[in-house]
Design a protein around this ligand. Structure first.
Ligand code: ADP
Ligand code: ASP
Ligand code: MG
Length: 459
């Protein structure tokens, strides 16, 4: 089981967690996130350390944890835990002072700082659970989960990791508590699994322990048909395939971190998304099987903000082999991550969707690669469109149906939403539509209404 930041942030949430665990004698390991908001505070702390203005944020982090300790634990347990929290705050202060003195915030120091959220939460939660289940043990994920490269979004060395779990985890009735998000590399340095990575930790642990199932507990009833912060009339998706879950999360459904799917899919471990604050609700089952024929044609709608579209166009591209190869190699060398690609049939243009933060790097890389063609007028100067978003409509059943894209484009057109680019994966389980950011809420709401709407209409 994995419990996210909102579930572990309060004494009442943790009491619910305790009940959920005690009702499930088969639970072998739980993975916990940092307290809600703490990782963002730690990011801020790192930036402030550079400027030498970090004391208020450090104090806020300390208060956040001490307040929870006071509310959660009986007094006789306080001193041990308060000493631990203070020790970790002192370590953070030393780190901040070094960052300030050296005027250097490397990825390694960033990873060290960000790791404290889960280090603190997992310690406090273990102390709390021990009261109710004596056979509870804290297992620092850095001792078992190993990454082979990368610091902030490490690449997991599954072979080493699985072997470590085999030698560390006993087959008795011990309950292990592991901090999510953090890992370590071969030199023992702290590494991270990417923001939102506690879900991934849980999948790695479930895979290593060959679990019969993984439950991810958050603050919503499961995977919803759209982001509940954007659409009011969302529904809970009862079940979906791993691929559908991957597509929806990849395109912005924050309730699940996309890399989580892979270790589960490989071992065919079913995943339940459940709500800590409404445990009776069935949640969403993500499974290996076929799509359920009775389910909706489209499972869900998600969206990715902060998108730019780079366009490579010109008469010199028609019938010329290797243009796209050169374009993608140039982007790859510049470290730009390509999210979406469309090419018009005439080969007259290729549009490439990327994150807005990588817009300048992408434009420079392509301008340089095609400098000679641009100079000779064969290719137009690289076009850049920003302030866009991608909306993704996801569902396995789409491939058997005709007219789904027509329906989507129709409703957007009727509502005056201009479509800037579209892409449909060859798997046909995802239609991606690029539109202006200003139309985001309207577009998602009208699409949701068209595909999931009942008789009520919201104006
Ligand atoms: P946790 O701290 O438990 O990991 P997150 O904040 O990472 O929780 O993810 C849960 C949040 O994801 C929800 O509160 C919800 O606002 C957001 N969310 C966005 N899109 C979806 C969706 N399609 N289904 C469910 N939740 C979504
Ligand atoms: N605490 C980490 C984050 O906020 C990991 C997680 O919560 O999943 O990104
Ligand atoms: Mg999360």
């Amino acid at each position: 089981m994995k419990f996210g930041g909102s579930s572990v942030a309060t004494a009442s949430g943790l009491n619910r967690i305790k009940d959920i665990i005690l009702q499930n004698p088969k639970v072998k390991a739980i993975v916990v996130s940092a307290l809600k908001g703490c990782t963002n505070q730690l990011e801020q702390l790192g930036e402030e350390a550079l400027r030498g203005t970090f004391t208020a944020t450090l104090e806020a982090i300390k208060t956040l944890h001490l307040k929870l300790v006071e509310e959660l634990l009986p007094e006789e347990k306080h001193s041990d835990v308060i000493i631990f929290v203070q020790k970790k705050i002192n370590e953070l202060e030393t780190l901040c002072n070094s960052i300030q003195a050296l005027q250097e915030l490397s990825d390694r120091s960033r990873a060290r700082i960000l790791s404290y959220g889960e280090v603190l939460s997992s310690f406090i939660i273990t102390k709390f659970l021990e009261i109710h289940k004596s056979k509870t043990q804290l297992l620092d994920s850095r001792e078992v989960i190993k990454t082979s490269s990368g610091i902030l979004k490490g690449v997991v060395d599954y072979e080493q990791t699985n072997a470590n779990f085999k030698s560390r985890v006993e087959a008795d009735d011990m309950l292990y508590v592991l901090p999510g998000f953090i890992a370590s590399n071969a030199s023992g340095e702290t590494t991270l699994l990417g923001r939102g990575g506690s879900d991934y930790t849980a999948a790695i642990v479930a895979g290593a322990l060959e679990a019969s199932c993984l439950e991810i507990w958050s603050d919503v009833d499961g995977m919803l048909t759209a982001d509940p912060r954007v659409v009011k009339e969302v529904r809970t998706i009862k079940s979906m395939t791993y691929n559908e879950a991957f597509e929806l999360s990849h395109f912005g459904a924050k309730v699940l971190y996309p890399p989580t799917v892979r270790p589960l899919m490989q071992r065919q471990i079913p995943l339940y998304l459940k709500n800590t604050f409404n445990p009776e609700s069935e949640g969403t089952l993500i499974h290996t099987g076929e799509a359920d024929p009775d389910e909706d044609n489209i499972k869900g709608i998600s969206s990715l903000p902060n998108i730019a579209v780079i366009t490579l166009s010109g008469v010199g591209m028609v019938g010329v082999k290797g243009t796209s190869g050169r374009a993608f190699s140039a982007l790859d060398r510049a470290g730009v991550n390509v999210i979406l690609i469309t090419q018009s049939c005439s080969e007259h243009s290729i549009s490439i969707g990327i994150e807005r933060s990588e817009e300048v790097a992408a434009e420079n890389a392509l301008s340089e690669e095609f400098a000679s063609e641009i100079h000779r007028g064969l290719i137009n100067p690289i076009g850049v469109d920003n302030d866009l978003i991608i909306i993704a409509l996801v569902g396995e059943k789409m491939k058997e149906l005709t007219g789904m894209s027509g329906k989507a484009f129709g409703v957007l057109g009727e509502n005056g939403v201009n479509i800037r680019a579209i892409a449909q994966g060859s798997s046909e389980r995802n239609i991606s539509i690029v539109i202006d950011r200003k139309n985001q809420a309207k577009a998602i709401n009208v699409l949701h209404e068209r595909f999931f709407g009942e008789s009520t209409k919201t104006v």
